[in-house]
Design a protein around this ligand. Structure first.
Ligand SMILES: [Zn+2]
Length: 234
């Protein structure tokens, strides 16, 4: 009898509490799912930073934004030293400007002497000479010594007909004592483009005969033509 009563009691207990037991199992199951989800989720978020995406994105934000993709940024960081050297080579790369001669067949009759005085047979005085005088047969062509743009075609009694050519970066060549300038202001000229011809139009150097008085200036200051041209041993 006792055992019967016991099993009946147990059955009655399960009947009464089956609802709570099922709920209990469900709660456990839900709890397990949440746990799994959290673990997987945290593994997922761990994986993200390892994917090198975040660091790169940070780089993109930090670099002053050349607007380039990840690969280029990686190159920038690894090739940084050479990149610093590149501007240097860019500065060095431009070949030095070397002038041609303003006359094809001529001789120097008066040299560039800004630090010593030379006798002027026309003005009967010692003075500096801020350029090189090339003489040639009257009418011989005077040509541009380098590529540039004509910025002045003018006449004055002392220097006669003058043509000035701007070669860029403040470098200007001037050709005085010309006859018949054959270019106009604004005209593009090249090495060898005829500007005029030698003459005695510069009264300040009249007694030197037909020649071209050739000067070079950099940023408005007269400089030695020999900085840009090689004549003989100079
Ligand atoms: Zn001269």
């Amino acid at each position: 009898m006792k055992s019967k009563i016991n099993t009946q009691k147990i059955k009655a207990f399960f009947k009464k509490n089956s609802y709570y037991m099922i709920m209990g199992v469900c709660v456990l199951a839900i709890g397990a799912m949440i746990t799994v989800a959290v673990v997987v989720g945290s593994k997922g978020s761990d994986a993200t930073p390892n994917e090198v995406i975040n660091p790169d994105n940070n780089n993109n934000n930090l670099t002053p934004q050349p607007g380039i993709d990840d690969n280029v940024n990686k190159d920038d960081t690894t090739v940084a030293p050479p990149a610093d050297e590149l501007p240097d080579t860019d500065v060095i790369t431009p070949e030095p400007i070397v002038f041609g001669l303003p006359v094809s067949a001529g001789t120097i009759i008066k040299d560039y002497t800004m630090d010593t005085l030379v006798w002027s047979s026309t003005l009967k005085q010692y003075q500096v000479h801020n350029g090189i005088d090339f003489n040639a047969e009257e009418g011989a062509s005077v040509v541009s010594v380098y590529d540039g743009t004509v910025i002045d075609v003018s006449y004055n009694a002392l220097h006669g007909n003058v043509v000035k050519v701007d070669h860029g970066n403040g470098l200007v060549t001037s050709y005085s004592s010309l006859a018949g300038p054959t270019v106009t202001v604004g005209q593009i000229v090249y090495t060898g483009t005829k500007l005029g011809s030698v003459s005695t139009s510069a009264t300040a150097e009249m007694s030197d005969g037909a020649h071209v008085h050739f000067t070079v200036s950099l940023d408005g200051q007269t400089v030695s033509p020999y900085d840009y041209m090689v004549i003989g041993d100079k």
